[in-house]
Design a protein around this ligand. Structure first.
Ligand SMILES: NC(=O)C1=CN([C@@H]2O[C@H](COP(=O)(O)OP(=O)(O)OC[C@H]3O[C@@H](n4cnc5c(N)ncnc54)[C@H](OP(=O)(O)O)[C@@H]3O)[C@@H](O)[C@H]2O)C=CC1
Ligand SMILES: CC(C)(CO)C(=O)C(=O)O
Length: 296
């Protein structure tokens, strides 16, 4: 297949490498000229010592219709930008979106293209503009928004490998909302208190807040078994105990976070007060604002 990967951050670099390894012709679309030159000259790598992959590169403004699949690997905050390019360049290729959170789903439903979401259970940390560490091997669960089940199965068969597996899911809401609960607890809590993921479980006071956040998220999403979801939060926090969540990484690096698509989504969806979610939402927004002020 001819596959375009839009966004050369942690996930974009990882998916570009694994997709090329699976035998596909990959083009990586980036935004910054400096990154384009670096990758053009030195290729991309999983870490500094491993194999170097040469990869076709283009500017994302020049995205075109010559692919079998476009994988969108930007943060949720940049999805609208990519959708604008797809519309402007009259692209009808099917699209797979890999973002955490749910803020982008409404936009996908409205597109003329066939669209699917991917829930990424891998861990990836960007080491430089051309290198990424694959910090945790997991599954990519793909589910159709408007994409037909038979097309999802074809993509799974093409992209799947033993060390980079894909799984087709029947219900996008079920899998995305399960992941959303995890992100709605761990990401803002670790960001507000500036702690590693494990602290959410090992610190009894933070764990009590985590429980409340989990209850609120489950109520909004219509998930009855709160204990089950809390146990999943606990498992992920312990599995990634040494890591900083992507939201905390964004705060530390002065970037905007995905808070709108995570806690913001829950607050918009709820028709009643969510005190704990409101607190962490406002806390993360305040930190973003302070970061911006620091740059002025
Ligand atoms: N990293 C992880 O382990 C996991 C990440 N995810 C999700 O995957 C998504 C991507 O995360 P991650 O890779 O970590 O994020 P990064 O911030 O590392 O990468 C995002 C990349 O998108 C690029 N980008 C933004 N706008 C455009 C555009 N218009 N055209 C081309 N490129 C663009 C950015 O470029 P620039 O640098 O120039 O701004 C950046 O390189 C997020 O939604 C995240 O929540 C899910 C599970 C695990
Ligand atoms: C699962 C978790 C919380 C791992 O850090 C994550 O998805 C993130 O940081 O965005």
């Amino acid at each position: 297949m001819r596959v375009a990967v839009v966004g050369a951050g942690a996930i974009g670099l990882l998916y570009a490498i694994r997709t090329q390894e699976a035998g596909h012709e990959v083009t990586l679309y980036v935004k910054r000229g400096q990154q384009m030159d670096l990758i053009h000259n030195k290729g991309i790598q999983l870490d500094d010592r491993s194999k170097v992959y040469d990869i076709h590169m283009k500017n994302s403004m020049d995205l075109d219709d010559s692919f079998d699949l476009i994988i969108v690997a930007t943060k949720q905050t940049h999805v609208k930008e990519v959708i604008e390019i797809v519309k402007k360049n009259d692209i009808s290729t099917p699209l797979l979106f890999l973002q955490n959170g749910m803020g982008h789903i409404d936009c996908l439903d409205e597109m003329a293209n066939s669209t699917a979401v991917g829930i990424v259970e891998h861990g990836a940390r960007k080491l430089s503009d051309r290198t990424v560490a694959h910090t945790g091997v997991g599954v990519t669960r793909i589910a159709g928004i408007t994409m037909k089940q038979e097309d999802l199965i074809t993509y799974k068969e093409e992209l799947d490998s033993s060390h980079f597996p894909y799984k087709v899911e029947n219900d996008w809401f079920e899998v995305m909302s399960d992941k959303l609960i995890i992100n709605a607890v761990i990401n803002p809590l670790t960001s507000v208190f500036k702690v590693a993921n494990g602290e959410v479980v090992s610190n009894p006071n933070l764990y009590r807040i985590a429980k409340r956040l989990c209850e609120e998220a489950c109520n909004v999403l219509g998930k009855v078994d709160v204990e089950y979801h809390l146990s999943r939060v606990k498992k992920v926090a312990l599995q990634t105990r040494e890591n900083h969540s992507s939201m905390l990484e964004d705060i530390k690096n002065g970037r905007n976070t995905e808070i709108e698509g995570i806690s913001g989504y829950l607050l918009k969806k709820a028709s009643y007060e969510l005190p704990y979610t409101t607190f962490v939402y406002e806390g993360v927004k305040a930190m973003q604002q302070m970061n911006r002020r620091g740059c002025e």
